[in-house]
Write a protein that binds this ligand. Sequence first.
Ligand SMILES: O=C[C@H](O)[C@H](O)COP(=O)(O)O
Ligand SMILES: C=C(OP(=O)(O)O)C(=O)O
Length: 352
Amino acid sequence: MTSTIQSEQHQLASDELKLPTPKQLRDTLPLSTELSSQIQQQRQHISKLLNNQDNRLMVIVGPCSIDDETAALDYGKRLARLARDMDDALFIVMRAYVEKPRTTHGWKGLAYDSLRDGRGNMALGLHRSRQVLLQLSALGLPLATEALHPLVMNYLSDLISWAAIGARTSESQPHRELVSDLPCPVGIKNSTDGRISSAINAMHASSRSHHTLGIDDNGQISIINTLGNPDTHLILRGGQGLTNYDADSIQHALSQLSANDCREKVLIDCSHDNSLKQYDRQVGIAQHVVDQYLAGNTGILGLMLESYIEAGKQCDTDMPVYGQSITDACLGWDETELLLTTLYQKVRKQHV
Ligand SMILES: O=C[C@H](O)[C@H](O)COP(=O)(O)O
Ligand SMILES: C=C(OP(=O)(O)O)C(=O)O
């Protein structure tokens, strides 16, 4: 009886279940021509990094998830300043994740549950996601996100410069088809058990064109003809409690990529299993990876850091801490700024 009452309280009213079409949401929250060309250029910069036409180090940094637009914009403003100042050596991209894959269950991100009331008001969630991504883009930052539900990308992909396929979905055919259709470079993670073969297979599958099922801009279920994505690469994030950011693991990954005719580039995720989920370990890992890059490992594209305003994570959402992660623990802003400054100074020396 109690569970019936609870589930009724968690239901949306039937008129709240309908979503706008991708075109309707884009018309409500349009991307200006100016921002659209900024995003095009940012995608091209990343493509150049992947193709050795630009030797800056890519750093994808930002919260594990966007849960609060005010804090995300506050973070974005701080990062945009660093990104401008460090532009000659680092290509900084902000993590702007509005969808979270869960191992079992938990909050699935702004797109699904922006009010965090468990009702899943996705019309509001998609609106708020698009709005915050537009506001972050207007700061001049290239944005990174995880492409999780293929249909969510219909609403947001025009705002994204780089996407990730997560460790839990790299083996999924719909996700490979999605990558084949995405208009930006995409990093594919090794699986949660540490295997890189699923990501390598995904790179092959998504480089090809596909006929698949999806919706068009007007929400009509349609056959989608994808073009194939030429700009994928591998992300090493560790797995099953084992790390893969050391020189031997990176060399092994690069030789597997070469043996499978894939682009020999890796991005190192300093968080997740590589940090053994201890957020402060990211500092030492980033330094270790940058030392390998400076020693001449041209297979290293860059690194990813989970960082927010306050260090750590919070569980008690009745007493929210401003700018602290509600998903994975993150570095705080002060340590992020110090780390990026240290990395910048090291990399810049080599660039001058
Ligand atoms: O990056 C975030 C998490 O690692 C990922 O969403 C899985 O989280 P979970 O294992 O807490 O569900
Ligand atoms: C969920 C994430 O990573 P992974 O897929 O590596 O667990 C993430 O980067 O937010």
